[in-house]
Design a protein around this ligand. Structure first.
Ligand SMILES: [Zn+2]
Length: 341
């Protein structure tokens, strides 16, 4: 009798049971560093490029802020650009945010620009121009171009007459065949952008957070686990269990990391950010990161925070919306949390 569905469910339950057993065997102060090392190993590593000197590409005066574009590189022969938004008339060193977009046309989508670089005067899309929302609250924002989108698609996708949303598939599959992942590359580049922001003379490197939406939430949580100087984290349109999101819905292949379920489910991995403050947000009608999974994952993350001695540092908001940024509490939470450090 065909029972593939039940067999797959059994594999999942066995993995969860192994996590529980391991959590009992390990002393609590052992499990977290072990999981962090396992996550680092699973996403793969990339050769660093420490000699690359950042280059200013443009500087534009905007309403209430300045928008710079800089060129950076995290690994040899691969450069990327990032927008840096700086509030005007701010006093003292600026708190900062690493702003990470999800699937779409790239960083322009979050800094209020259309794909061709002209101003987007219309109603914002699901990314809600969130980097602009943050700079208007007095935060210095860096928004790197995530590889695989916009100008950073592969040549065949850039040349295609059909609208190709991303180059995630080709990038992910080849990297996985080399024991690496697209998540690993994206996190490496995001951390380079973080380091650049933290090293700027106008920014307070001890008060930088991150905000990531959807695929940018994936990059943001892993970057925060790897980099303790990221002091506050907002994840929107992402937090869930693997079971109820990327196993239940056909997601882009960049969401899947070989071997990771051997170590932990997503809520426990996200909780490696503890004790740093964490804000979780989800639309109540999000079809690809469903709200039931969000609620379950949020409760588990809160419990893991509690166990790590950081109870009360997780906040969550379910807003009336779909797969999009809500922002009704998240932007101010990030501003106030960074201000209180
Ligand atoms: Zn993708």
């Amino acid at each position: 009798m065909w029972n593939g569905d039940a067999w797959l469910e059994k594999l999942y339950e066995e993995a969860i049971a192994r996590h529980r057993r391991q959590a009992k065997v390990d002393l609590s102060n052992e499990r977290r560093p072990k999981l962090k090392a396992a996550l680092r190993e699973a996403i793969g590593s990339f050769e660093p490029n420490p000699g690359f000197v950042p280059r200013l590409l443009e500087r534009v005066e905007c309403d209430g802020y300045v928008r710079e574009r800089v060129e950076l590189s995290a690994t040899p022969e691969l450069t990327f650009a990032a927008y840096v938004l700086l509030p005007k008339d701010a006093e003292g060193l600026l708190p900062g945010v690493l702003a990470l977009h999800g699937h779409g046309y790239g960083s322009r989508e979050i800094v209020g620009l259309l794909p061709d670089g002209s101003p987007d005067e219309g109603v914002p899309g699901i990314h809600q121009h969130f980097a602009v929302q943050l700079v208007k609250r007095g935060l210095a924002v860096i928004a790197p171009d995530v590889i695989g989108f916009g100008e950073r698609k592969l040549l065949a996708d850039l040349a295609s007459k059909k609208e190709t949303p991303s180059s995630c598939h080709k990038l992910s599959t080849q990297l996985m065949m080399l024991g690496k992942t697209l998540t690993g590359l994206r996190v490496t580049e995001a951390l380079k952008a973080f380091n650049y922001l933290a090293s700027r003379p106008d920014v307070d490197g001890s008060r930088i957070g991150t905000m990531g939406f959807s695929g940018g939430g994936l990059i943001g949580y892993v970057a925060a686990v790897m980099e303790a100087r990221i002091k506050a984290v907002v994840l929107t349109g992402f937090t869930n269990t693997f079971k109820e999101s990327i196993f239940a819905v056909n997601h882009c292949i960049d969401n899947y990391t070989p071997g990771l379920l051997e170590h932990a489910e997503l809520p426990e991995l996200i909780s490696l950010i503890a004790p740093r403050p964490l804000f979780l947000e989800s639309g109540e009608r999000d079809p690809i990161f469903p709200v039931e999974g969000f609620r379950r994952a949020s409760a588990q993350i809160e419990a893991f925070y509690e166990a790590a001695g950081a109870g009360g540092r997780v906040e969550a908001d379910v807003f009336p919306g779909k797969h999009e940024i809500g922002g009704r509490k998240a932007y101010d939470w990030l501003k106030e949390t960074l201000a209180s450090l």
